[in-house]
Design a protein around this ligand. Structure first.
Ligand SMILES: CC(C)(COP(=O)(O)OP(=O)(O)OC[C@H]1O[C@@H](n2cnc3c(N)ncnc32)[C@H](O)[C@@H]1OP(=O)(O)O)[C@@H](O)C(=O)NCCC(=O)NCCS
Length: 208
């Protein structure tokens, strides 16, 4: 990886699903303590299957940022018209226990259900929700995250939205990243909300 990114972006398509699964697994490991345990590979495979089962809806509105043709970051946008897809559903339950074993499979499923419960929120007509923002570990601190947020904000403006909103789990240092990009905290869950995953809502006006 170079120290400066040769950056470009494109809408996610089905060929990106394996890399998207890899980055979402990183996100879940870092953002949702206790959800991902043990080896990365079977967890990635499970996320891959969950995405594939719900394609194309699961990657609708998703942007892939590439460095010299290699995907290094993702992010997605949801609106009232195109709500976020809930990756928790019954058909992955059997796969989770097969791939991860009963203990880690149950922890994965509990984590996914709580995460989706914490992060899928009703949206106002003028709001766009930014979500699933993650930069591959090897490519952080090089501007890819700021790039993906800027691309998603532009998509939101083009869709006629006047504000961007997002949820960060309370304690995630990404809160400081979003603050640098102009997001302000507009709501903090009580520590007892959403079980182990209380979140912070951050919002930014989008001037058209
Ligand atoms: C948060 C994340 C997306 C940032 O991506 P990145 O590519 O490393 O960020 P950038 O290089 O574009 O940084 C943009 C600015 O934010 C700052 N920043 C980035 N991460 C930061 C952090 N953890 N704490 C404080 N500031 C941070 C950068 O220093 C930079 O500031 P500058 O413009 O003054 O130099 C990335 O660290 C990540 O994928 N984290 C794990 C997944 C996650 O938690 N995603 C958010 C879920 S809501």
């Amino acid at each position: 990886m170079t120290q400066q990114l040769d950056i470009a972006h494109k809408p996610a398509d089905s060929r990106d699903v394996p890399r998207i699964a890899g980055m979402l697994t990183q996100l879940y490991r870092e953002e949702a303590p206790g959800m991902i345990n043990g080896d990365t590979e079977p967890n990635e495979l499970l996320v891959h299957r969950a995405l594939r089962e719900q394609a194309p809806a699961a990657i609708e509105g998703m942007v892939v940022v590439e460095d010299a043709g290699t995907p290094v970051a993702i992010g997605a946008i949801a609106t009232r018209q195109h709500p976020r897809v809930n990756l928790w559903y019954d058909t992955i339950a059997a796969d989770a226990r097969d791939l991860l074993g009963p203990r880690d499979g149950t922890r994965f499923l509990n984590g996914m259900r709580r995460l989706m419960g914490a992060l899928i929120t009703p949206l106002a007509a003028g709001e766009a929700q930014l979500h699933s923002i993650v930069v591959d570990r090897e490519a952080r601190q090089l501007g890819a995250g700021a790039h993906v947020v800027a691309v998603l904000e532009e998509k939101a403006r083009l869709a006629g939205k006047d504000s961007a909103t997002l949820q960060v789990l309370n304690g995630n240092p990404a809160q400081h990243f979003y603050a640098k990009l102009g997001y302000e905290v507009t709501h903090v869950d009580a520590p007892t909300d959403n079980g182990p995953y209380p979140s912070i809502t951050m919002t930014k006006p989008l001037y058209n």
